[in-house]
Design a protein around this ligand. Sequence first.
Ligand SMILES: O=C(O)C1=C[C@@H](OP(=O)(O)O)[C@@H](O)[C@H](O)C1
Ligand SMILES: C=C(OP(=O)(O)O)C(=O)O
Length: 453
Amino acid sequence: MPDLVIQPSVRPLFGSVPVPADKSITHRAILLAGIASGRSRIRGNTLGEDNRATLGALRALGVGVEEPTPGELLIEGKGLSGLTAPAAPIDCGNSGTTMRLLAGILAAQPFTTILVGDASLSKRPMERVAKPLRLRGARIEGRLDPRRVGEITAPLEIGPLRPPHALCGIEYDQPVASAQVKSALLLSGLYAPDATYVREPLVSRDHTERMLSALGVPIRTAGSMVELDPSGWSGEIPALDLEVPGDISAASFLLAAAQLVPESRVTVRRVGWNPTRTGIFEALRDMDGVFAMEAKGEVMAEPIGDLHASPATLRASRIGGEIAARSIDEIPILCALAARAHGVTEIYDAAELRVKESDRIAVMAEVLRAFGVRCEERRDGMLIEGRPDRPLDAAGVSSHGDHRIAMAAAVLALCADGPSRVRDAACIATSFPRFVGTLRALGATIEVDEGAP
Ligand SMILES: O=C(O)C1=C[C@@H](OP(=O)(O)O)[C@@H](O)[C@H](O)C1
Ligand SMILES: C=C(OP(=O)(O)O)C(=O)O
């Protein structure tokens, strides 16, 4: 597992760079292309390993996938009912989105599929998706979680749904805001003759709704309520032709680095800024962050544009509620920004972070302390005492195999008083394979130490 060795920044970060294709949109585009009718074309910058796990799953289900040029996927859709039984368990790697969204499609298949994942994914809660799918008639079983009563984890065994049975309609109130659960229900709803209604406590990312609607599936949203009513629908998803916007979650690390390194000027090109993902912008604005948005139109109902960022004198903020829900994957990098802001930042309503690729509250607290930042863990968040007036302490930290922690730590390291080390950094390829190259192109000095055991 390589380490990153990061030098404190001695010169501004400067330049205009792309980021990988939005991971959430790409998962959905790949899955829908697999059950569409005809050949889909999906273009987007550098696929991370999570998206590759979804591609691998489709191949295992009999879908033809080609990658004629880097950044271009051709997917031969099999239609809603054309998937075939996989020969072996499907490995979802580190990707929660792959496992949970796929569960929605597999719940309706006439064959059994087993979904497995890596050590981290095998600990993540799956009852949240299994329960509503069972309520609509699916067969889905997992391993009882010894740490949590009533919880299951992967491996998941899903199906078969034996004809003439079909999934039934459902009206479901999600206990937690989760786009993965909502999307699994909507995807399974494509196979149910009756309507699917889902309500969430707060609106989570709505890429599935936007994409389904753009593909002619009858779907309506009102606040945090979504309805998919297939009566009158052709039952066919047309092939997609889509250029996936850049990933706002990946862009956030660059946006943050530009806030922290004096005299920087960074542009991130063609970033998707769907309003259900822009909590990072609002949080950063509230911290007096400096950035501008240059709109460039829409792709498949997703707004995009260029982001221009420069250094800021940051002040502490309170990040919770709806903003936390709309920036859930950005909380680690917001913690890093809070470490350089004047005052005490409070993160709350973010208990979900405890069940991501790592316990992101505990692990981020460990990372902040290693850099000499005082913080206090809360059940659903953290208090962080900013230390903006002198460099952070150079540190050696572990990513705990979590890509977002590794990248947040690398950004903190730019503000340290000597070289810092981020151990176990291979995980960055989960979402941002060219992270190191991108930061180097902007002027940062980072080495990859492959020699680490
Ligand atoms: O639907 C998606 O693409 C995602 C939803 C979020 O997870 P939850 O649904 O668990 O909130 C997010 O953290 C994850 O990175 C991607
Ligand atoms: C939580 C994440 O992804 P997933 O749930 O798909 O593993 C993430 O990318 O931060």
